[in-house]
Ligand binder design. Structure first.
Ligand SMILES: [Zn+2]
Length: 205
C-alpha cells in the first residue's frame, strides 16, 4: 500500500516526482487529482489496475458512490462506471508528463549554460581575476556550483514548469476532444471495460 501523501491545503498538488500540478479550468476533466495519483501508483506497481472509475473522466469512485465527485457524472443515468482506465487515457497522462519533464529539463540546462557563460565572462572580464589563476578558478567554480544550480532551478522549476504545463495541457485538450469523438462514436468504441452489472440500490444520500 502507498503511504498517505502530505497535502498542503488548496495549494498546487505535489506529485511524487516533485512536479507541480497547476490548476486548470477548461472543458477537459482530465486529470483529476485522484486519477493522476491512481495512474502514478499503477505505473509503480503499487496499485491494481482494476477498480471502479467514473465512466466519463475515469476518476476512481468508491463502490457506494452514485455520482462522480470530480465531474458530476451520474453512475446510473450517465455513463456507467468502468472497471479500468482505458489504455489510451493512461497514454495521454504519460505523454503529458513526458512533455512537462522535457521542458523542465530543457530550461534547467539553459540555466546551467547561462551560468557557464556568465562565469566565464566574469572571470575574463575582471582584471584582478584574469591575472590570478587560483582566484579565477575558485570564482568560476563557485559561480558554476551555486549560480548554476540556482539558475537551473529557477529556469527549470519556474519558466520550464509553466511552459511545459501549458504546452502539455493544450495538447491534452485536443487529444481529449479526439478521444471523446471516438468513445462516443458507438458501443465498444473504446470507453473502457464496463463494470459488472450491479444490483439496483438507492442513490447516495
Ligand atoms: Zn467523472
Amino acid at each position: 500500500m502507498t503511504p498517505p501523501r502530505a497535502r498542503s491545503g488548496s495549494g498546487p498538488l505535489r506529485l511524487g516526482s516533485g512536479e507541480r500540478r497547476l490548476d486548470h479550468d477548461d472543458d477537459c476533466p482530465l486529470f483529476s487529482e485522484r486519477l493522476e495519483e491512481h495512474l502514478v501508483a499503477l505505473s509503480r506497481g503499487e496499485r491494481p489496475r482494476s477498480g471502479r472509475f467514473c465512466g466519463h473522466c475515469y476518476t476512481p469512485m468508491s463502490p457506494e458512490r452514485a455520482r462522480c465527485a470530480h465531474c458530476g457524472e451520474e453512475a446510473s443515468s450517465g455513463r456507467r462506471p468502468v472497471s479500468s482506465v482505458p489504455e489510451e487515457v493512461m497514454a495521454m497522462l504519460r505523454r503529458q508528463r513526458k512533455t512537462e519533464r522535457a521542458w523542465v529539463t530543457g530550461y534547467a540546462y539553459l540555466g546551467l549554460g547561462l551560468a557557464i557563460v556568465g562565469g566565464l565572462a566574469l572571470v575574463l572580464g575582471l582584471p584582478p581575476l584574469r591575472e590570478n589563476l587560483l582566484g579565477a578558478t575558485v570564482t568560476y567554480a563557485l559561480v558554476l556550483i551555486i549560480g548554476g544550480r540556482a539558475a537551473a532551478g529557477l529556469l527549470g522549476g519556474g519558466v520550464g514548469d509553466r511552459q511545459g504545463y501549458e504546452r502539455a495541457r493544450s495538447r491534452l485538450l485536443s487529444e481529449w476532444e479526439e478521444w471523446l469523438l471516438r468513445r462516443d462514436a458507438g458501443p465498444g468504441a473504446g470507453g473502457g471495460v464496463p463494470e459488472a452489472e450491479r444490483p439496483e440500490r438507492a442513490p447516495d444520500a
